[in-house]
Design a protein around this ligand. Structure first.
Ligand SMILES: [Zn+2]
Length: 148
């Protein structure tokens, strides 16, 4: 699902090489720092160097061209990128800069990562972490003793 699909569409703003490009009305270059829609439109129509677009803009141009009926190879050529990238973007409904990050895993109490996290945040050290560290240090001492 692209973010354009549920937006009111403008009348055709651009005719070029038989392409009908329909950028979202509500987003022009002023209300969106990440995407310069004028540049996107011009690059999509072959009127602007696509290598000057940032990733978000190329992603947007890809969706404009897909909506206009172009195939992936033609879009790849026009946007100076490769077909695999176009294919990925076709199925990506968020901007490259807004790619969801996997949730950070938080080390459970009792590990030295958790102990260091408590220290870093100035949190009190709970029993699990205190015991975990004691064990950690004990193992360190044993290792040193064994190595000696
Ligand atoms: Zn803890």
């Amino acid at each position: 699902m692209t973010r354009y699909a549920h937006r009111p569409l403008t009348a055709a703003r651009t005719y070029s090489h038989g392409l009908r490009l329909v950028p979202p009305t509500t987003e022009t270059c002023t209300d969106d720092g990440g995407i310069d829609w004028i540049a996107v439109e011009r690059a999509a129509t072959g009127d602007y160097d696509p290598t000057l677009l940032n990733l978000d803009e190329r992603w947007a141009a890809t969706h404009l061209l897909l909506a206009a009926g172009l195939g992936e190879p033609a879009i790849a050529e026009r946007l100076a990128t490769n077909k695999r990238q176009i294919h990925r973007w076709r199925h990506t409904d968020y901007r490259p800069s807004q790619r969801p990050r996997p949730a950070q895993t938080v080390s459970p109490c009792g590990t030295d990562a958790a102990y260091r996290r408590h220290q870093r945040r100035g949190e009190p050290i709970d029993d699990a972490c205190r015991d975990g560290m004691r064990e950690h240090w004990q193992q360190q001492r044993n290792r040193l003793k064994a190595a000696a």
